[in-house]
Design a protein around this ligand. Structure first.
Ligand code: ADP
Ligand code: MG
Ligand code: ZN
Length: 614
């Protein structure tokens, strides 16, 4: 904590007063009691009698009292007042008592004062500081409620983030754009000569886990200039007005240190649109935002302060933040494509010992839609599995298993599934697989398993596209829906009864069917009319309906028809392949997991290579 903070003065006064009181109470009540524990006061006559009776062992004559102890077992110290008694010493001498006067302590006032006042004050101050720190920690990290008006923007210098552009795989466009910023900070003259102005603010926009924070750290590492990093939520403070003060302070520090980079992570925490209904009236946040806008206008970009910000909710940002002169450069940081995923896997596999059979390309193909963070996680899960299995290196099997862990959760140990249900599950999964295999536009089957997972899935069929898909045709969409419905269809065809095992399939199929009608323009009824809009393109695919309730009812009807026809098609496919369905399901029930190749061989009635099973 910063000792020079102005508010510390008031805090010191409080602590000082409290300490004084505490010390006084100690001196008046506690210490005398402790000291006088076994002291008994007697009158002078008793003292003289005891001398006469020869009971006294030792006497100490103090300035204003006399203390003595008795012979024998009595350890009590007796005390009596001093009386002008010149004969006392003779009597004591005669009675053969050890006695002494006390030399007055000359230095005692200062030492006494230090001991009685200064030492306790120091102890209490230390205690106060300690408690204050504890309280601050409770209140949340460095955001500290007791230090007013100061931001704790940490200064990161290149060595501290330890990241460089080499750590960021893929994202070449983003890197290129940021390179320019770094280059400007290295030699601004080059830009001044031509008269080019570097943007004041650069906004990194993209879904969570795509490497926005990582990119900013890499910029810090590359640029070798001071790097101020603060999270948007850190501006939101306990006390009103603090956010604005923090912004002011941050920019003041930054301008002193220019050229430098200021990074505001999760800027949507303060930059939310001021007229967004729900948040209207949040004065504190609004003030903070206004202060940020003012500061951004206030400084000269030539000075070399570049502001980076990151968010995954660009649509909620206030328009004023995005206008030229503020965050006028927007860099999309998208989910990685196939090449990007391979590159990210490679970066994270660098520190991991890989076996000879590892094919990162295959892993990348199996993980469309995974973010950089997911991929990093997959590599790490694979490494952990290798350790659990007592191996010194990671195999392809480890990585495939960890893909499944990330998709479906861990294998459930000791899950007891009744034999009858297991049979149903096997038919269900093979149903998916056969329906997929029999349709031209469906992705090839990669793996079928009926091993239960912690996520609650009882088994699943994994499909992997051969190439990266960017567009989805209507045929592919229908094939997907049909494949999802293939599981339940198998149950119907074989057992003539249905189970609850298809919840997730139903949900997914309906989602695709709905998107086809409301967003993709793939139905005849509504042609190319937009019926729904995606609320937040980077965070999930939640949507809002744009149409009247009468139309909504009709939309539902169209969706239902799509699902019904796909369901019918799945049933037809399975009836045509009923022998295969029985045969492969029995095989799956026995093996629990079969690979895509094995499945295709079975389907084409070839001999199965028994060794190909784990
Ligand atoms: P964001 O800020 O976009 O939500 P992060 O930058 O915090 O995501 O990324 C989280 C982690 O994911 C990083 O620490 C890194 O390990 C991994 N990661 C994400 N994208 C990439 C990438 N392009 N290259 C390498 N690693 C990445
Ligand atoms: Mg982040
Ligand atoms: Zn299913």
């Amino acid at each position: 904590m910063n000792e020079k903070e102005p508010n510390n003065k008031t805090r010191l006064v409080y602590i000082f007063i409290f300490t004084m009181l505490a010390v006084m109470l100690l001196n008046v009540f506690v210490i005398p009691k402790l000291v006088n524990q076994s002291v008994e006061e007697v009158d002078y006559g008793t003292f003289l009698n005891m001398i006469a009776e020869n009971k006294i062992d030792e006497v100490e004559i103090e300035e204003n009292f006399i203390a003595y102890t008795l012979k024998g077992d009595d350890k009590t110290t007796y005390k009596t007042g001093v009386v002008d008694d010149p004969g006392l010493t003779d009597r004591l001498y005669d009675a053969n008592v050890k006695f002494s006067g006390v030399i007055k302590k000359e230095s005692s006032p200062i030492v006494g004062f230090i001991l009685a006042w200064i030492v306790p004050i120091i102890i209490f101050l230390a205690l106060g500081q300690f408690l204050a720190k504890r309280i601050q920690k409770r209140l949340g990290g460095s955001a500290n409620a007791l230090s007013f008006g100061k931001s704790n923007a940490k200064i990161y210098v290149e060595a501290e983030t330890g990241k460089s552009f080499a750590d960021v795989a893929g994202q070449d466009e983003a890197k290129e754009a940021l390179m320019e910023v770094v280059d400007f900070l290295h030699n601004p003259e080059k830009y001044k000569e031509v008269g080019a102005k570097i943007p004041k603010g650069v906004l990194l926009v993209g879904p969570p886990g795509t490497g926005k924070t990582l990119l900013a750290k890499a910029v810090a590492g590359e640029s070798k200039v001071p790097f101020f990093s603060i999270s948007g939520s850190e501006f939101v403070e306990m006390f009103v007005g603090m956010g604005a003060a923090r912004v002011r302070d941050l920019f003041k520090q930054a301008q002193e240190k220019a050229p430098c980079i200021v990074f505001i992570d999760e800027i949507d925490a303060i930059g939310k649109s001021r007229n967004a209904g729900v948040y209207a009236g949040n004065d504190e946040r609004e003030q903070t935002l206004n202060q940020l806008l003012t500061e951004m206008d206030g400084f000269d970009a030539d000075k070399g302060v570049v502001i980076l910000a990151a968010t995954n909710r660009p649509e909620v940002l206030d328009k004023a933040l995005l206008r030229p002169g503020r965050f006028d450069r927007r860099i999309p940081v998208e989910l990685p494509d196939l090449q990007g995923r391979v590159a990210i896997l490679k970066v994270h596999a660098k520190g991991v010992k890989l076996g000879d059979d590892v094919d990162l390309h295959a892993i990348a193909r199996a993980t469309p839609g995974a973010s950089g963070a997911d991929l990093a996680n997959i590599i790490n899960e694979g490494a952990l599995r290798a350790v659990r299995k007592g191996r010194k290196y990671v195999t392809q099997n480890d990585l495939e298993e960890s893909v499944e862990v990330v998709i479906a959760g861990y294998k459930r140990k000791n899950a007891v599934i009744p034999e009858k249900d297991k049979l149903t599950i096997a038919y269900h999964e093979v149903g998916h697989a056969i329906v997929a295999a029999m349709q031209e536009h469906a992705a090839p089957v990669h793996k079928i398993t009926i091993i239960p997972r912690t996520s609650g899935s009882l088994g699943y069929t994994m499909q992997v596209e051969e190439d990266e898909k960017v567009l989805m045709s209507k045929e592919e969409a229908l094939a997907k829906i049909t494949t999802y419905l293939g599981g339940r269809a198998a149950e119907e065809v074989v057992f003539n009864s249905i189970t609850s095992g298809a919840v997730n399939d139903i949900e997914q199929a309906t989602k695709i069917a709905r998107a086809m009608v409301t967003r993709f323009g793939m139905s005849e009824e509504f042609d190319m009319m937009a019926l729904e809009t995606v609320n937040n393109p980077y965070l999930g695919d939640q949507t809002s309906l744009l149409v009247s309730s009468a139309t909504a009812a009709k939309v539902d009807e169209v969706i239902l028809n799509i699902i019904k026809s796909c369901h019918q098609k799945a049933i037809e496919i399975l009836k045509e392949n009923i022998d295969n369905l029985h045969e492969i399901s029995k095989y799956l029930l026995e093996k629990e997991t079969i690979s895509g190749e094995e499945f295709m061989k079975l389907l084409n009635k070839e001999n199965v290579d028994e060794n190909n099973v784990e």
